[in-house]
Design a protein around this ligand. Structure first.
Ligand code: PLP
Length: 394
């Protein structure tokens, strides 16, 4: 890092240093270490000529501000991307690039284990706009070649899978997709760029629900979409066309969250692994679905490509149905029952797999997804035991 506080990280720098110093240069704003929160629609031009030529850095609030630039540059430093757009939610981080890159008559391949609202968007709006949507199994790997058609434009991946945590062979999929002229998008929310860097593995567009670990406190919705050189210009132009920009306070909060994300993730990782491996030996648990456990069918793939694991995974109860699932959830006192994840507090949700068309693996019993927060592991284990006892008695 240069003495003036500006960042010139060209490699060899630790991830927590990068998280602490990427994005803004404090000396661009009187030395204050954090960037200003710029609330703006109008930006004034000095004269008519510069207005006509749009020859200044900022031209209108929807197209970027010093606040959005600070976060976008920090994300670029993590993702190794040519550029990043910031959108109002993680779901918008899925829908905006899809709208940007598929058109009527195009074929879109989506992993069957995708985050449900992504499927809903594809099955409703994209189909209405004339896009042909097809789902593939998460273990497809190079076998995706058999599904590629002349009009396949995008292969959408999410790894590990929502709720069931299958790991995809991203490099194998990228190789086949690129040979066929299709681009690859990846929802990388689970790993964050700290534990998997999609663009390093050939992915063209990396998607992140920054609502989760970057925000980290269950109080902000935001999405980031980062592109490689060849996709960046089109992504940015489409973003401006849609006017789908994020609010400055939320952007600032996510940059603030990013500064501590490395240490929070380490804690999430440690506690989650301790709880997940302990759960493998608990009565009433048939299976633990966490790719960093050696028992997971995709563990070797995870180990090959990922450098860490985060804080959500699922358990399969040993038999029973919704009654046992609800008894487990209702007995919890520390885990809250609520959607989302990546915050400081533990959460549990019942898993519903009724939307899947290909990846319908039979499970021994109902599934419950756990998000492990920053609380003490012994307290969380005691809470889970309350759930297991209640499920057994139901
Ligand atoms: C994998 C994944 N992608 C995207 C999203 C959407 O994020 P948001 O809640 O910010 O819309 C979620 C939310 O749970 C998610 O789990």
């Amino acid at each position: 890092m240069a003495k003036d506080g500006s960042e010139h990280f060209s490699g060899g720098i630790g991830i927590n240093t990068r998280l602490a110093h990427s994005g803004n240069n404090p000396h661009d704003y009187f030395g204050f270490v954090n960037p200003p929160v710029v609330h703006a629609s109008t930006v004034l031009f000095r004269d008519a000529a510069s207005m006509a030529a749009r020859s200044q850095k900022y031209t209108y609030g929807t197209r970027g501000t010093p606040t959005t630039d600070a976060l976008a540059h920090a994300i670029d430093a993590l993702e190794g991307s040519a550029g990043t757009i910031l959108v109002p939610s993680g779901l918008a981080a899925v829908t905006v690039p899809l709208l940007a890159f598929v058109s009527a008559g195009d074929h879109l391949l989506i992993v069957d284990t995708v985050y449900h609202p992504t499927r809903n968007f594809a099955d409703t709006m994209l189909k209405r706009l004339g896009v042909e949507v097809e789902y593939y199994a998460p273990d497809v790997g190079a076998g995706i070649a058999a599904l590629i058609k002349p009009n396949t434009k995008v292969v959408f991946t999410e790894s590990p899978a929502s709720n069931t945590f299958e790991v995809q062979d991203i490099p194998a999929i990228v190789k086949v997709a690129h040979a066929a002229g299709a681009i690859v998008m990846m929802d990388n929310t689970w790993a964050t760029p700290l534990y998997f860097r999609p663009l390093d593995h050939g992915v063209d567009i990396s998607i992140h629900a920054a609502t989760k670990y970057p925000a980290g406190h269950s109080d902000v919705l935001l999405g980031t979409v980062s592109a490689n050189d060849s996709c960046w210009k089109h992504l940015y132009e489409s973003f401006c066309t849609l006017g789908c920009c994020a609010g400055p306070d939320d952007v600032y909060q996510v940059l603030r969250g990013l500064r501590t994300m490395g240490v929070r993730l380490e804690h999430h990782q440690r506690s989650t692994l301790a709880i997940a491996s302990w759960l493998e030996g608990q009565k009433g648990v048939a299976r633990v679905l966490h790719p960093a456990l050696p028992s997971h069918p995709d563990h070797d793939l995870w180990k090959r490509d990922f450098s860490g694991s985060s804080g959500i995974f699922s358990i399969v109860l040993a038999g029973g149905g919704q009654k046992q699932q609800h008894a487990f959830l209702d007995a919890l006192r520390i885990f809250g029952l609520g959607y989302s994840w990546g915050g400081y507090e533990s959460l549990a949700v019942p898993v519903w797999l009724g939307d899947r068309v290909v990846a319908k693996a039979p499970y021994e019993g109902p599934l419950i997804r756990l998000q492990i927060g920053l609380e003490d592991v012994d307290d969380l284990k005691a809470d889970i035991l309350r759930g297991l006892t209640a499920a057994a008695a139901a």
